[in-house]
Design a protein around this ligand. Structure first.
Ligand SMILES: *[C@@H]1O[C@H](CO)[C@@H](O)[C@H](O)[C@H]1NC(C)=O
Ligand SMILES: *[C@@H]1O[C@H](CO)[C@@H](O)[C@H](O)[C@H]1NC(C)=O
Ligand SMILES: *[C@@H]1O[C@H](CO)[C@@H](O)[C@H](O)[C@H]1NC(C)=O
Ligand SMILES: *[C@@H]1O[C@H](CO)[C@@H](O)[C@H](O)[C@H]1NC(C)=O
Ligand SMILES: *[C@@H]1O[C@H](CO)[C@@H](O)[C@H](O)[C@H]1NC(C)=O
Ligand SMILES: *[C@@H]1O[C@H](CO)[C@@H](O)[C@H](O)[C@H]1NC(C)=O
Length: 338
């Protein structure tokens, strides 16, 4: 169901970006190119893990993740503390790329930093469409008000996109995650305990869309950024347009509210945000996209625009003590017509 469509046009015209900078989650690509570093997502790089860190002068550049994995039962766990590194575990099924993606970490950043652990199977055979499990342990002190985000560690689907929106029929998601205090994965998310430590983060899918299929793949240049938030830990990590809900849509029993606004790169950021923390979600989220292209005006994508990239992760703003995000189940199945 779509509520309040009649209010929409006005709401969009007055939408003004407020709050934290949510945009350009993948802006680090441009930075890496400018500084002569290897581009992200350039394919297999197991041989060179540990050389991708890049000196940011803070703790969080880590040690490159050369810890020996825990072996046994044909499973390996590797840790990556690099600022930015494309991790593409060999897979005979779906291909995913993981990235610590600490694009907002600078020499002024303070805190314990961020590390991503990725669990891979030696047999390279995962259940259909299922991603390797990963955890992210991080702690950053509060950043400057105009740059509060330290990174968006995430997992991206490979080889499927770009696709025109009207060629996609379903975007099936099977998701379970938790956030916990400390260095270990938590059984479930204790919201109050995390609030007490001033956790400022979100858990979200991040997509980029554009009328040009190539530009749609580029997080810095795409005209639209579409996010689906499963948690906003506190209003310090709020979407663009917060306070000015546009429409609501119930998908598989979960209500999402749309907020819109431009980011500092003049990209239109369209964020669907759940009212309450949603640790588990199973179902087709494509109605959240078709709703957008059925809305009038230049501030919304058209149905022949392209979906260029899709990632899932957590935006690390700040927190007082180490926290661990655990994506123990992530399966995405993009179905196309014909
Ligand atoms: C994205 O676009 C920017 C600006 O044109 C460019 O510098 C950058 O290399 C592009 N990134 C990728 C991954 O193509
Ligand atoms: C691959 O390895 C994983 C982890 O050991 C195991 O759970 C899974 O059943 C294996 N798959 C096949 C097809 O052997
Ligand atoms: C968590 O915090 C401690 C300091 O209390 C730090 O030594 C450790 O490296 C952190 N863990 C991770 C995975 O970043
Ligand atoms: C991540 O890997 C490191 C190194 O193997 C290990 O010490 C740590 O406990 C792991 N963290 C999680 C959350 O599993
Ligand atoms: C963190 O939370 C505590 C209590 O919950 C509060 O007193 C304190 O001001 C908060 N710190 C910051 C930096 O917001
Ligand atoms: C969200 O939580 C609040 C407070 O616990 C509750 O009143 C509300 O019904 C919940 N909303 C949804 C959509 O579940």
């Amino acid at each position: 169901m779509v509520f309040g469509l009649g209010l929409l046009v006005n709401a969009v015209l007055v939408a003004i970006p407020i709050g934290g900078s949510v945009g350009t989650l993948m802006g680090i690509d441009a930075h890496r190119a400018a500084t002569g570093q290897k581009p992200l997502f350039s394919g297999h790089n197991e041989d060179s893990i540990g050389h991708g860190g890049g000196g940011g002068g803070s703790d969080s550049t880590g040690d490159g993740g050369n810890h020996p994995g825990t072996s046994g039962d044909g499973i390996q766990i590797k840790q990556y503390c690099d600022k930015s590194w494309g991790i593409t575990p060999p897979s005979k099924t779906e291909q995913y790329t993981l990235n610590p993606n600490q694009w907002g970490v600078t020499s002024d950043t303070t805190g314990n930093g961020l590390c991503m652990n990725v669990t891979t199977f030696n047999n390279q055979t995962y259940a259909p469409q299922t991603a390797p499990q990963f955890t992210i342990t991080w702690q950053f002190d509060q950043g400057p008000e105009n740059a509060p985000v330290h990174g968006y560690p995430n997992i991206r689907v490979d080889d499927v996109l770009p696709k025109a929106l009207d060629e996609i029929s379903e975007l099936n998601l099977d998701l379970h995650w938790t956030y916990g205090l400390g260095d270990e994965p938590a059984e479930s998310t204790d919201v109050q305990t995390l609030k007490d430590e001033n956790l400022s983060t979100n858990v979200a899918i991040d997509m980029f869309l554009d009328s040009d299929a190539e530009i749609a793949k580029n997080g810095s240049n795409a005209k639209f950024e579409v996010m689906v938030w499963f948690w906003m830990s506190s209003e310090t990590a709020q979407p663009h347009g917060w306070g000015k809900p546009v429409i609501k849509r119930n998908v598989e029993g979960t209500t999402f509210t749309l907020y819109t606004g431009a980011n500092e790169h003049q990209q239109q950021v369209l964020s669907w945000v759940t009212e309450n923390m949603t640790e588990r979600f199973t179902g087709d989220i494509y109605p959240l996209i078709t709703d957008l292209y059925n809305l009038p005006g230049d501030n919304y994508p058209a149905k022949n625009d392209y979906l260029g990239s899709l990632s899932f992760g957590t935006e690390a703003y700040s927190v007082d003590k180490n926290v661990t995000f655990w994506a123990d189940e992530y399966k995405i199945d993009i179905k196309t017509l014909g």
